[in-house]
Write a protein that binds this ligand. Structure first.
Ligand code: SAM
Length: 293
């Protein structure tokens, strides 16, 4: 098995970005460096940003053997601060920016960060330890109404009400400090009510918590707006999203700013059947792109 995250819609992204030797890109979600590796293969100059110091380290290590490693510049930071990061660490014209949203497979599977259903150590879910809010805090202290908001807004969870009642009952007897225990509470409910699902019933609530803890939708809105001031004319932005809430933000951003940006994907780009078969994590991916006029 490949230890690194498998990049999604890789060729489609490289084509849209019209990558050529000497062009300069920001990979705003470096991850394990899968997309950046391909950009370096094409002799582009790449600034690689990630908010997770662990992934920044993994990608930098991995790329250190690349023949064009000297074209790579790692940056630790949150893309919600795009303008500030640009001024401080990039300050040269960019030909494009890539956002490959969400989490990498090594983060999702990690045994002690709280993202995985099997994690019996943690319910943390922060990308970066400098953030104050954790999923553990949310699950153990938020009111019924607050949890209801999160579960329905970010996950459209049909059984939000009974699930939250169970969580509250459980946390009263013993704080919920492990992702595995939270997953079991959700699964037990589904099982006891004979509710069959094609994917693990805990998936949606885990995703909702992660999106909330890391403020993912707000960060996306903020950074898309900043692309308008950071980028010069003709620069291209690609966004790969994995959640209808994210995709709606990208779609509406492009529509609302049609004076300033040209929509390069009137039809969003989806993974091919072979890609989905090879990499099931790609199944929900949607790629949209725009060019600054
Ligand atoms: C799906 S992975 C990217 C995978 C990468 N394209 C590859 O092929 O290896 C998303 C990455 O974005 C990072 N990330 C998520 N939100 C971020 C943010 N607001 N600012 C910076 N990085 C972020 C995550 O830590 C994760 O490493």
């Amino acid at each position: 098995v490949n230890q690194f995250h498998t990049p999604v819609l890789l060729n489609e992204t490289i084509d849209l970005l019209a990558v050529k030797p000497g062009k300069t890109y920001l990979d705003a979600t470096l991850g394990n460096g899968g997309h950046t590796q391909k950009l370096l293969d094409r002799q582009a100059i790449v600034f690689g940003l990630d908010y997770d110091p662990n992934n920044l380290e993994i990608a930098t290590q991995r790329l250190s053997n690349h023949p064009h490693f000297s074209n790579f510049h790692p940056i630790l930071g949150n893309f919600k601060n795009l303008s500030r990061i640009y001024k401080k660490s990039i300050h040269q014209p960019l030909d494009g920016i890539l956002f490959d949203l969400g989490l990498s497979s090594n983060q999702l599977l990690s045994a002690n960060r709280g993202f995985s259903f099997n994690d019996s150590h943690s319910l943390d879910m922060r990308l970066n330890r400098r953030q104050t809010l954790t999923a553990e805090y949310v699950i153990n202290t938020y009111s019924f109404d607050e949890l209801y908001q999160i579960f329905t807004k970010y996950a459209q969870e049909k059984y939000a009400k009974p699930l939250i009642l169970r969580i509250i009952k459980q946390r009263q007897s013993h704080p919920i400090t492990q992702a595995a225990r939270l997953a079991d509470i959700i699964r037990d409910y589904y099982q006891q009510h004979h509710l069959n699902t094609s994917i693990d019933p805990a998936t949606k609530i885990f995703m909702a918590l992660r999106i909330f803890v890391n403020d993912e939708l707000e960060n996306l809105k903020k950074t898309l707006h900043q692309t308008l001031s950071v980028l010069q004319s003709h620069a291209i932005v690609c966004v790969i999203s994995f959640h209808s809430g994210e995709d709606r933000i990208v779609k509406s951003f492009i529509r609302t700013n049609s004076q300033q940006v040209l929509n390069l994907t009137p039809k969003p780009v989806l993974p091919s059947l072979p890609e989905i078969q090879q990499n099931p994590l790609s199944r929900s991916a949607v790629l949209r792109s725009y060019r600054i006029k």
